[in-house]
Design a protein around this ligand. Structure first.
Ligand code: SF4
Length: 312
């Protein structure tokens, strides 16, 4: 049932994004408390093979030609740079498709030259900077014990100087963890030292790995925005509202939803709207997903979401 490619989903940053889930569930070098894919079950830093290159590339080409997305994004439910074939996959996709190629990385493996070489194939690279403080990093990103924050921050800095594509940073703010002025000042000061095109401040809007994770108040976001703006001007944008609901799915909604929720939990009310659009019955779709143990329902901030049944 599960496919490597999912969506396109409406991305608040990039338009309609065809997602590539190029690592297995859930290999990551971090286990972020807010991760919408749940807790990391395989905390690893060694790169490895996940799928056959041709299988992945063919799936992307077929789906992109069928669904006409605005962008193809490597945004798995884990860390995409763990994939040892990443560069080859990106190179082949670029040869076949006239579409921008994006990747969302947690930046932890940017210390490796082979990862940097692979990222050069991408038109858009998004790097995670939730904090520059060691204690907060351990608390929010829960990194693999062999990783070193200072080395990661240095490598982001040097990558930003060599990379010629569009570089984005993403900072997730979590209530009681990194929502204070000292954090905003130090993160913004660090990002201001990068060659960066866009700086996003985000809030957890989908069910997080840890139930206690909450978004900061709107006042806190305003404070964070003003401090970031002082260092980075108009490059800063707040991403704290829900994404648009229009998914570009085929009529096989059960399969489309099943492949998407591994990376991107979907709100139940969005499923109802999708069903109406495709002339289907939402209750039947949800029932099939639950009955076959593909999905389960989780509530977050007053909204109900479909997430994978196996999610921890
Ligand atoms: S948010 Fe990204 S980096 Fe953090 S645990 Fe999830 S997949 Fe890994």
């Amino acid at each position: 049932m599960r496919k490597i490619v999912f969506g396109p989903v409406p991305s608040r940053r990039l338009g309609y994004s065809l997602g590539v889930n190029n690592v297995y569930d859930k290999y990551c070098s971090y286990s972020c408390i807010y991760c919408q894919a749940g807790r990391t079950t395989r905390l690893v830093i060694d790169r490895m093979k996940f799928y056959e290159v041709n299988e992945l590339v063919q799936q992307v080409i077929v789906e992109a030609n069928k669904k006409k997305p605005d962008v193809v994004s490597f945004v798995p439910n884990g860390e995409p740079t763990l994939d040892i074939n990443l560069g080859r996959e990106a190179e082949l996709i670029k040869k076949e498709l006239n579409l921008p190629l994006a990747i969302f990385t947690n930046s932890s493996l940017l210390t490796r030259q082979d990862v940097i070489d692979d990222l050069m194939f991408f038109d858009i690279v998004s790097v995670k900077v939730d904090t520059v403080k060691h204690v907060t990093w351990r608390k929010i990103n829960r990194p693999h014990p062999k990783l070193c924050l200072e080395e990661i921050l240095d490598s982001i800095k040097s990558f930003s100087k060599q990379y010629e594509g569009r570089l984005i940073t993403e900072t997730m703010l979590v209530k009681g963890v990194n929502d204070n002025e000292e954090e905003y000042e130090s993160i913004a000061e660090f990002i201001a030292g990068l060659r960066v095109d866009k700086v996003y401040i985000q809030a957890p809007i989908r069910p997080p790995a840890e139930k206690w994770v909450k978004p900061p108040s709107e006042d806190e976001f305003t404070k964070a925005y003003h401090i970031f703006h002082k260092y980075l001007g108009s490059k800063v944008e707040l991403l704290i509202s829900s994404e648009p609901k229009s998914f570009k799915f085929t009529d096989n909604l059960v399969e489309e939803i099943a492949s998407t929720i591994y990376v991107h939990p979907i709100r139940i009310d969005y499923v109802s709207e999708l069903a109406v659009k495709h002339g289907k019955n939402a209750e039947q779709i949800i029932d099939e997903l639950l009955r076959n143990k593909i999905a389960k329902i989780v509530e977050y901030e007053g909204k109900k979401f479909l997430v994978p049944a196996i999610r921890r």
